[in-house]
Design a protein around this ligand. Structure first.
Ligand code: 6R9
Length: 692
């Protein structure tokens, strides 16, 4: 058997010894238990018996089949969807080994389908058209709306018809810069319906970042809204789009149409700046189109969307996902990892501007015909009890969020949680960064009343869907561990030479063989795709994460091992922040590292060398932070600027980030080997300036 199968066997032995009721009670009561083996949180019997995967044995049986007979395993699942034409005999083709030629991944080749059809029409035709597809909750309490599956289908068709009418064709890119209005999933599904490739840009990105993405994929149409309120702040999105379109046109990329939704609760149309030949109000055109629209049938390997993410260089990577494999994979992972039942009300707090919103606000849930809650506002507005207010209002049963929010709410105090019933909750979820055991326990004990398993899902923009995740009800959890791989996924931990490690180990997390939801390329740059992900450890997909595996086979993610930092679950390349800083005329050089942050997970710590003769000042510090906000977005603003007369470099001029990380986290006695430093005095200067 594979390495992982052996681990599962050892876990079974563990379970047979630990299934005693006193441990179970102690864990459920949240008592601190001394030994590691006792640090297991068991699902209740009541939960397990009703779960899709009720036991380790069942998991093992399904997992084994998914590895030994991937074709049979995935064909059975794929058959539940509508295919205009079935895929060819060979269900998948892959070459993940760079030594054997170009990297290529294909699933359900020659299959013809449409994901929008499978998200909408399929449910309506099955008689579920009256089921609520979207509950929408506005920023202001009391401001809300709903759409049934039939209504959602109609709205999607109207927009699809409009887009076709203005000339959007299969394969064309459409850039979307919208907040969490119902119009965001509507837009994604409308693009997919006509075979257009959506590129959703998180509406917290700056004009500069948006322009960069527009120039990369050259859409004819951008879809936005005039403004949005988040908490007590109003954000003028249309102004940001205007600035980005100005910039892109100066660089020769012209967008014909800017379709703008009038978000009346935030801004009136009269107050919106307008360019007549380009800007069109959504409400003036879209509702006039027919509510039916023939589907554009696409090949399983036709692109579905582009989503830019950060890498270790300054230029964001356009991750490209295709249709068939992504469809089957997001639907299946959603179903199992959340133990989804048709009666569930599901809420994922992620924004559709990130991969979590793509796979687990829109596609995964809707492929399952789920009722999805979409929340426009900030999770702590008007007070830190808002999430639980919403949970009670809609009887949310599956709540999926990020550790940064859990930690923030934990700090605000238990009274905001206990004020609400939360009785409807059944399953909790976590994503974006490692969840520390104390936050895990608070989430489990307080929010979920020790009743709801937590699915801590490890995955990435690149993987399309969950890779290592608990299956609630199947086995005990260890707070902070993402547990075991999903069906069809073969994670391996390798050392720096790329040798697969066995048993209890720690190293670089890679994946052997493809899975249906894997990304197929980086848009316009297949070479970078190969170099960044498949060259570091030949034969494997390299995730960029560190990971250890304990003696029971549980996986523990330890964070990025590349120059990417994770701030509140958002991936930010240190090089991106550095490139922004050096645009400042008084900044000579910058080096950015991540530093532990109580709420955000990691904070951004920037060492800045000024141009000769420029004095340090508070004003300058502010303008350096402002330049990052303007270049990337507010979420990437440095938490700390550390003045640096010089940076620690090797004699060949390479910045020694290891030392900078130590200085940033005040671990001043642990520099390790500094003998390769070109000028050792630099370190002392930096320490002296730490608090200035
Ligand atoms: C889905 C998403 C991916 C990076 C990934 C890793 C971190 C995500 C995690 C986790 C520990 C988890 N990450 N989920 N680390 N435990 N459950 O977040 O995609 O924005 O591409 O970020 O996030 O470092 O490599 P993306």
């Amino acid at each position: 058997p594979t390495n992982h199968l052996r681990h599962v066997e050892s876990m079974k032995t563990l379970l047979s010894g630990a299934g005693n009721i006193s441990i179970l009670n102690a864990v459920i009561l949240g008592e601190a238990l001394a030994s590691e083996e006792n640090d297991l949180v068991f699902p209740s019997e009541k939960f397990s018996v009703q779960a899709h995967v009720p036991s380790p044995e069942k998991y093992l049986e399904m997992y084994r089949r998914s590895i030994e007979d991937p074709a049979g395993f995935w064909a059975d699942i794929a058959s539940e969807f509508y295919w205009k034409q079935k895929w060819s005999e060979q269900i998948y083709y892959e070459n993940l080994d760079i030594r054997k030629g170009n990297i290529k991944i294909e699933w359900f080749k020659d299959g013809i389908t449409n994901i929008s059809y499978n998200c909408l029409d399929r449910h309506v035709e099955a008689g579920n058209g009256d089921k609520i597809a979207i509950y929408w909750e506005g920023n202001e309490p009391g401001f809300d709306g709903t759409l049934t599956y039939t209504q959602l289908l109609h709205q999607v068709c109207q927009l699809a018809n409009y887009l076709k009418d203005i000339g959007v064709r299969k394969g064309d890119a459409v850039v979307v810069y919208l907040p969490m209005l119902m119009e965001l999933p509507i837009t994604m599904l409308a693009c997919a319906r006509i075979g257009a490739v959506h590129s959703v840009v998180f509406a917290g990105f700056s004009a500069e970042s948006l322009a960069q993405r527009i120039m990369d994929c050259k859409p004819n149409v951008v879809i936005t809204c005039n403004a949005v309120k988040r908490g007590s702040k109003t954000i003028y999105l249309k102004d940001i789009v205007d600035a980005s379109l100005k910039e892109s046109s100066q660089n020769g990329v012209f967008v014909d149409v800017c379709l703008t939704y009038e978000n009346q609760s935030a801004m009136k149309r009269e107050d919106t700046k307008w360019l007549d030949r380009r800007d069109i109000w959504w409400q003036d055109v879209v509702p006039q189109y027919p509510t039916t629209c023939a589907v554009e049938w696409v090949d399983a390997e036709d692109p579905l969307f582009l989503l830019y993410t950060s890498g270790s260089t300054g230029k964001p990577k356009g991750v490209l996902h295709t249709t068939g494999g992504y469809m089957v994979y997001t639907a299946t992972t959603f179903n199992y990892a959340f133990d989804y039942k048709p009666s569930d009300v599901y809420w994922c707090t992620a924004d559709c501007g990130w991969i979590t919103g793509h796979s687990y606000v829109t596609y995964g849930p809707m492929l399952n015909g789920a009722t999805v809650l979409v929340y426009e506002g900030a999770p702590n507005y008007p007070d830190p009890g808002r999430c639980w207010d919403i949970v009670d209002k809609y009887k949310v049963s599956i709540f999926y969020t990020a550790p940064t929010l859990v930690r923030a709410l934990m700090r605000d105090g238990d009274q905001y949680v206990t004020r609400y019933s939360r009785k409807s909750l059944r399953v909790l979820g976590s994503v974006g960064e490692p969840i520390n055991p104390s936050a895990w326990r608070w989430f489990f004990n307080l929010v979920g009343d020790s009743r709801c398993p937590i699915s801590d899902t490890w995955w990435q923009t690149e993987t399309g869907g969950f890779m290592i995740t608990p299956l609630p009800g199947a086995w005990p959890q260890k707070p902070g561990s993402t547990t075991f791989p999903f069906f069809g996924v073969q994670p391996v931990i390798v050392d720096e030479k790329g040798v697969e490690l066995e048993g209890e180990c720690s190293g670089y997390l890679c994946v052997k063989s493809s899975w249906p939801g894997a990304f197929r390329t980086l848009y316009g740059d297949h070479e970078r795709y190969e170099t960044a992900y498949f060259k570091p450890f030949p034969g494997y997909y390299f995730s960029g994460d560190g990971c250890s595996r304990d003696k029971n086979g549980y996986h523990w993610l330890t964070g990025r091992v590349d120059d990417v930092i994770n701030v509140s679950g958002h991936r930010i390349g240190t090089a991106e922040v550095e490139s922004a800083l050096v645009l400042h005329p008084q900044c000579a050089e910058a080096a950015v590292v991540g530093v532990e942050h109580e709420v955000k997970g990691q904070g951004i710590y920037a060492f800045v060398t000024l141009v000769d003769g420029v004095p340090y000042s508070e004003e300058l510090r502010k303008s350096l932070i402002a330049i990052v906000r303007n270049q990337i977005g507010a979420f990437a603003a440095p938490d700390k600027i550390h003045w640096a007369p010089g940076l620690p470099k090797t004699r060949s001029g390479k910045i020694m980030r290891r030392i900078l990380r130590k200085i940033a986290s005040s671990q001043l006695d642990e520099f390790g080997d500094t003998s390769t430093l070109a000028d050792p005095n630099v370190v002392d200067q930096l320490i002296d300036l730490a608090d200035s």
